[in-house]
Structures are given as structure tokens and as C-alpha cells.
Design a protein around this ligand. Structure first.
Ligand SMILES: Cc1cc2nc3c(=O)[nH]c(=O)nc-3n(C[C@H](O)[C@H](O)[C@H](O)COP(=O)(O)O)c2cc1C
Length: 205
């Protein structure tokens, strides 16, 4: 079994996918079902995923992803969505919270608090959707690596165009795409690029 440190060291954004190697449906389900252990505000999990698997859907996605070839070469591309409305009472996760709380007044107060934190401006709604779904996205990439599947995140994409093309409802944000598949061994991956370390990014106060 890989240690978490190994997964961090070995995950790369793979640009070249083996076109002949599919990701097994069960493996894809395992990746998603592991990744959803990611944390989210109030555990509301304001996210959804569209798994683009068919050739027809890949062809529709390709021009909306700046014609990045991995969209058609990889066996699957996930469209990661964040729900700007996911703090609201409509989210079924509140039922779970209600059953834990067993107190209607406390539930209502908590829902009001969530609405105040995440629903009082467009900026807050977008932050809520994107921060939570962003954590899911990272979790998906490490979960994929755990199951031996490579990934590549993409935000060089036409967010609005994807929304329209895939009939995504108004409150859902396209956060990023993540291609999944197996490395094409005849290609070589560019070396890992430099990271800014503690001294460059941390300001202690
Ligand atoms: C949110 C996000 C968006 C990205 N968008 C693209 C993209 O559109 N096209 C691309 O080739 N790489 C994209 N990348 C991949 C980065 O270039 C890559 O993660 C970075 O160079 C570090 O390489 P590594 O992941 O192999 O360590 C994206 C990565 C992230 C996290």
C-alpha cells in the first residue's frame, strides 16, 4: 500500500494518456467514493461530478477545453461542479444533520447561520461552491493515484460554455475538469517543476 507521502511525491499532472487503457467502472466508483471523504463546510458536500466517458461527449467537451488532446485521449474526464446553493435547506444533507441534532430549533438556527455565512452575497456563494469542490478535486486526484490512476486538472476551459453544453443548472459552478487514465508509457513526462517552499510562502505573525 502506498503511504500518503508516496502519493504526494508520485502524483503528477499527466499529459499523455494511453488511449487503449480504460479505467474500469468499479475503479472509477472506488476513486469517487474514497475522495468524498474530503471535508466540507457543515459536511454539506456541495458538489457533483459529471463523468465524461463516451466518445460523443468527449467530442463536445474538447473545444470547450481549448482543444487539449487529453480530453479525448484519456478514458474519462470529470467535470467537477460546486453548488452555490448548497448551503440552503434544499440540500438533502440537512436531513442527516437533523437526525443527528434531534432538535428543530437548533437545526433552524444552524441553517440560518450557514445561510448567513455562505448565502448573503454572490462572492460568498461562489467561495462556498469553489472552496468545497476544490477540496473534492484534490481529494479525487490523490484517490485516483491510490488506485493507480493518473490525473490532470484543467481550468483552461470555457466554464460557461461547458455549463450550457452539458445542461448544468444555473446555481452549479463548473470548478475544473480532471482527466483520469493511465500514462502512455511511450511518452516521457517533463520533470517535476520547482515548488515554492515554507520560507517563500509562509508569513509568520
Ligand atoms: C486548478 C488547476 C488548473 C489547471 N489547468 C491546466 C490546464 O488547463 N492545462 C494544463 O495543461 N494543465 C493544467 N493544470 C496543471 C498544472 O499545470 C500542473 O498541476 C502544474 O504544472 C504542476 O505540475 P504537477 O501537477 O505535475 O506537479 C492545472 C492545475 C490545476 C491545479
Amino acid at each position: 500500500m502506498n503511504t500518503l507521502k508516496e502519493l504526494y511525491n508520485e502524483r503528477r499532472s499527466v499529459n499523455f494518456f494511453d488511449k487503449n487503457k480504460k479505467v474500469d467502472d468499479k475503479v472509477l466508483q472506488d476513486i469517487v467514493n474514497l475522495a468524498v471523504l474530503a471535508p466540507s463546510a457543515f459536511n454539506l458536500q456541495p458538489w457533483e461530478i459529471i463523468a465524461v466517458k463516451s466518445d460523443e461527449a468527449k467530442q463536445r467537451l474538447l473545444p470547450l477545453a481549448m482543444n487539449q488532446p487529453k480530453v479525448v485521449e484519456a478514458p474519462v474526464t470529470l467535470i467537477v461542479l460546486g453548488d452555490r446553493n448548497g448551503y440552503s435547506k434544499e440540500n438533502v444533507m440537512w436531513d442527516e444533520i437533523a437526525s443527528m441534532m434531534k432538535d428543530d430549533k437548533k437545526l433552524e438556527a444552524t441553517q440560518g447561520f450557514a445561510a448567513m455565512l455562505y448565502g448573503t452575497s454572490e462572492e460568498r456563494k461562489i467561495k462556498f461552491a469553489e472552496s468545497n469542490a476544490g477540496l473534492l478535486a484534490m481529494s479525487l486526484m490523490y484517490a485516483a493515484k491510490y488506485y493507480g490512476v493518473e490525473s490532470h486538472a484543467m481550468s483552461g476551459i470555457d466554464f460557461e460554455g461547458i455549463k450550457k453544453e452539458f445542461n448544468i443548472d444555473g446555481e452549479k459552478e463548473v470548478v475544473m475538469l480532471i482527466t483520469l487514465g493511465y500514462f502512455d508509457e511511450v511518452q516521457s513526462l517533463y520533470p517535476r517543476s520547482k515548488r515554492k517552499l515554507y520560507d517563500e510562502i509562509v508569513k509568520e505573525v
